[in-house]
Write a protein that binds this ligand. Structure first.
Ligand SMILES: Nc1ncnc2c1ncn2[C@@H]1O[C@H](COP(=O)(O)OP(=O)(O)O)[C@@H](O)[C@H]1O
Ligand SMILES: N[C@@H](CCC(=O)OP(=O)(O)O)C(=O)O
Length: 372
């Protein structure tokens, strides 16, 4: 029984090109509807779901009647743009049969390394998940060029897992999981059931290149698991063609390869925050807010802040000090310094009236706060 999998509340499910396109013969709609059925069942069981779907280039190639993957970037991008239409149509109509809506989200690496865009993407995805809509994410192949492209959707899926703070990343692929040698040329290769994501011994077994349709291979899946582990997520690499694969994972069955993070989700996040030393401003708290924060596990609301110093943007690190200047905590501000100045001392339900919108009711959320 895998309790970390059965207990996971937020899953990112990534489906690779090799699986989705029935090995190059257009989209495999029958397989898609089988996954959709299982994802809907997960949804009904209260699991929050985000889908990362590859397959745009492969679907576009099949629409255009191309049999070989083009090497010219613009042809690849054109194929992706054409194929993405079919891809999202297929997901939407399949989920619609179960009364579920989907939402198309196209992201680039740049979007996730820019702090403001990162926060915007995070808010949108959170809102979609709350609305019980299934976001279907792919790389925005039209706007990426060589240096900024992900190169593979495994990395994208891991970044999405970090973004939405998923506790489980499920990578569906064309093999039953990660083997101790590339099964293409080692018929005796054994499936690895469990390992620590950071185990260096895994590098040697992951090989390097992917199949004809996908590009990543096991190496990018391993890298993705390590990236996901940074925010405390577990990763499962498992065969997408295994019967009832997602149902069986949810039931705790030992299928696929489970790669575990070193530490839990919140601890990993706080450690990441603690490493972020650059602070951009200071919030001077009132005595009530100092007491609330010191007790632990409380967010900082605008009402408990007396003064805003410095110039910071949404998402940047600020220092929270007591009225006597003593440092209490550090955290990521949900509002810029200019906005914070307008809402401090006010209850959170006044934020919309003061700013014309509300990003979050807290000035600093407790998950983004570390006590000093
Ligand atoms: N140790 C390994 N265990 C399993 N598969 C491996 C291993 N090393 C390399 N591979 C290859 O990685 C391929 C899956 O990667 P890829 O083709 O990128 O698929 P996807 O489109 O699902 O991302 C498998 O078909 C397999 O041949
Ligand atoms: N974004 C592109 C490429 C992604 C890709 O090949 O990824 P994968 O099959 O997961 O290794 C697509 O949808 O075709």
């Amino acid at each position: 029984m895998r309790s970390k999998v059965t207990g996971a509340q937020r899953w990112v499910v990534k489906i690779g090109s090799a699986l989705l396109t029935a090995d190059g013969k257009g989209l495999d709609r029958a397989a898609m509807s089988v996954w959709v059925e299982q994802m809907v069942a997960l949804h009904e069981a209260g699991v929050e779901l985000v889908l990362v779907s590859s397959g745009a280039v492969a679907a576009g190639m099949s629409r255009l009647g191309w049999t070989a993957r083009p090497s010219a970037m613009h042809e690849l991008q054109a194929a992706a743009a054409i194929g993405q239409m079919g891809l999202v149509q297929a997901w939407e109509s399949s989920f619609a049969e179960h009364g579920r809506h989907t939402a198309q989200v196209l992201l680039t690496h740049d979007d996730l390394s820019d702090r403001k865009r990162y926060l915007n993407a995070r808010s949108t995805l959170r809102a979609l998940v709350e609305l019980k809509v299934i976001p279907v994410i792919n790389e925005n192949d039209t706007v990426v060029t060589d240096e900024i492209r992900f190169g593979d959707n495994d990395t994208l899926a891991a970044l999405v897992a970090n973004l939405v703070e998923a506790d489980l990343l499920v990578i569906l692929t064309d093999r039953d999981g990660m083997f101790d040698a590339d099964p293409r040329n080692n018929p005796d290769a054994q499936l690895i059931y469990e390992a620590r994501a950071d185990d260096p011994a895994l590098d040697a077994v992951a090989g390097s290149v992917g199949g004809a349709l996908g590009r990543g291979g096991m190496q990018t899946k391993l890298r993705a698991a390590r990236l996901a582990a940074r925010s405390g997520a577990h990763t499962i690499i498992v065969g997408g063609r295994l019967e009832r694969v997602l149902d069986r994972l949810k039931a705790g069955e030992r299928i696929g390869t489970l790669l575990s993070p070193e530490r839990g989700m919140l601890a990993a996040r706080k450690q990441w925050l603690a490493g972020h030393l650059q602070t951009r401003g200071t919030l001077v708290l009132d005595a009530g807010a100092v007491a609330a924060l010191s007790q632990g596990n409380k967010s900082l609301l605008p009402v408990g802040v007396k003064l805003v110093q410095g110039s910071f943007r949404r998402g940047e690190m600020v220092v929270c000090v007591a009225p006597d200047g003593r440092e209490i905590a550090r955290g990521l501000a949900n509002y810029s310094a200019l906005e914070a100045q307008k809402i401090i001392g006010q209850p959170s339900d006044a934020i919309v009236g003061l700013l014309g919108y509300m990003a979050e009711p807290e000035l600093v959320h407790r998950d983004n706060l570390i006590l000093v």
